[in-house]
Design a protein around this ligand. Structure first.
Ligand SMILES: Nc1ncnc2c1ncn2[C@@H]1O[C@H](COP(=O)(O)OP(=O)(O)OP(=O)(O)O)[C@@H](O)[C@H]1O
Ligand SMILES: [Mg+2]
Length: 249
């Protein structure tokens, strides 16, 4: 099943962030969202899990209209969605194993030793083996980030929403995370939405890339289409050249 946003508007006071956004994420694909800081990328992901609701328009995930779900139904939906928050969002009072196990604890029929085995497996996938007993404050920023990723994949969700999963990581770790995102898709059939400022990484992991600008999708396409696009605003973004954006309307 896919994710569909139809004519979504969302403002915060006078700040009209999403302005009639139409976006579809196809079943089994990895879609990357790029766009300038403050464009509303994180706001889009929060709509997909019902952390934010649209002022108007529809957000449909797995055939369910997220705005119409009650608390119970929303929790059920969230079991199918792994969310890697932009700022990790681990609980400081809990050790890494407990943080990663959070979603697993809510699953019926999972015994403690199974949970701990899965936690260790997920930590190994993000190169964090042996950190189970440590606390978030004892890890580096990049390690915390990867622990957030381990938590998101632990329940083997159908959807994975990654908000800047590689920002602030060293180049080798970026490659490890990129490969993990591709594996999630290829081995588990996960439908992925990735927000990233890392263009090289977006090219490696994406089936499609969309650029968000002024509350709507400005350009979208496969990696090849995006690479070849002559949209000056997109080029300005891809090449880090502000002067090109000035020529765009
Ligand atoms: N809960 C909120 N209350 C008020 N304003 C908000 C809220 N969440 C987001 N905004 C505003 O919405 C706009 C888009 O924010 P968002 O976090 O989606 O940007 P972004 O595209 O993810 O940027 P970045 O690349 O810097 O992470 C910003 O102007 C932000 O201040
Ligand atoms: Mg953001």
């Amino acid at each position: 099943m896919s994710i569909l946003l139809k004519d979504v508007h969302r403002a915060f006071g006078q700040n009209h962030v999403l302005r009639g956004l139409d976006l579809e994420v196809l079943d089994g694909e990895t879609l990357s969202i790029i766009g300038f800081s403050g464009a509303g990328k994180s706001v889009i992901l929060k709509h997909m899990v019902g952390l934010l609701r649209p002022d108007s328009g529809d957000v449909i995930v797995d055939g369910r209209n997220v705005s119409e779900l009650d608390v119970g139904e929303l929790n059920e939906l969230r079991r199918d969605i792994g969310y890697v928050f932009q700022f990790a969002a681990l609980f400081d009072s809990m050790n890494i194993a407990e943080n990663v196990a959070m979603g697993l604890r809510r699953m019926p029929d999972m015994y403690d030793d199974e949970i701990m085995a899965r936690v260790s497996e997920c930590l190994a996938l993000v190169d964090l083996e042996g950190t189970e007993d440590r606390y978030p404050s004892e890890l580096s920023g990049g390690m915390v980030k990867r622990a957030g990723l381990a938590r998101a994949i632990a329940t083997k969700p159908k959807y994975l929403l990654y908000d800047e999963p590689t920002t602030g990581l060293d180049p080798v770790t970026v490659t490890v995370i990129d490969r993990l995102i591709v594996r999630m898709k290829e081995e588990l059939g996960v439908t992925g939405v990735v927000i990233t400022h890392d263009i090289a990484s977006a090219y490696r992991i994406s089936d499609r890339i969309v650029m968000l600008h002024e509350g709507r999708i400005r350009t979208s396409g496969t990696v090849d289409v995006i690479k070849e696009s002559r949209d000056p605003l997109l080029r300005s973004f891809l090449e880090g050249r502000p002067e090109l954006a000035e020529r765009a309307s």
